[in-house]
Ligand binder design. Sequence first.
Ligand code: GLN
Length: 261
Amino acid sequence: MKKFLSIALASVMALSLAACGGAAPESSDSTASGSEKKYIIATDTTFAPFEFTDENGDFVGIDVDILDAVAEDQGFEYDLQPLGFDAAVAALESGQADGTIAGMSITDERKEKYDFSTAYYDSYVCVAAKAGGDVKSLDDLKGKKVAAKTGTMGSDCAYALQEQYGYEIVDFADSDMMYQDVLTGNTAACFEDQPVMAYNISQGNGMEIIAEQKEDYSTPYGFAVLKDQNTELLEMFNTGLQNIIDNGTYDEIVAKYTATK
Ligand code: GLN
């Protein structure tokens, strides 16, 4: 099917070139050649310091650099697609993506559907509110609205604690939208991964952590493929990850994004 599409696309391109009488295009990259597989890897959009757009407009982060270093080490090609967390997982599930690297927590539930790499970063869920505001603990959320990101552990946690703390949940597609909603006061707090919230606070996002859920919501991040699919990609990822840990590249990447500025 893919092959057919690229042949169809190539002939459409040839036709339109002929129609405008243009010269042959300079040979482009190898995407369509079919000789070398280019893995499609899905990721989140705004999840600093793991994946985000920096001040120069470049898409960067720990996940982005780890994937790049692993791919270089293992000699595979990839196309990284920032889709948003829920959409990235959906792309993986439908086979539109070969792998996902998106600060994705390794959970038992997910292990039924996906194969995960070796864990590469520890994380847990926290709750954050506007710094210096009236919301200081989970008990202050009664009767208020809270923000959660669809499909995430933070969202699972928000729903699990909802009855106990009596808040309403508003679902968001990305992290920046949640933070904005809390800062403008529409929602009183949001559920987010602690390393991500801590990084954003260090960058002056004006929020503070009011609760931590280490006990039930501590899970490391892993690179994921669909269960029993792309096994060679998963093996390359694991081997490459071990190599970049051993040669110091992994530590350099983490330090680059977490050094206090
Ligand atoms: N670690 C969380 C999860 O896997 C959130 C990931 C994200 O928002 N990119 O559910």
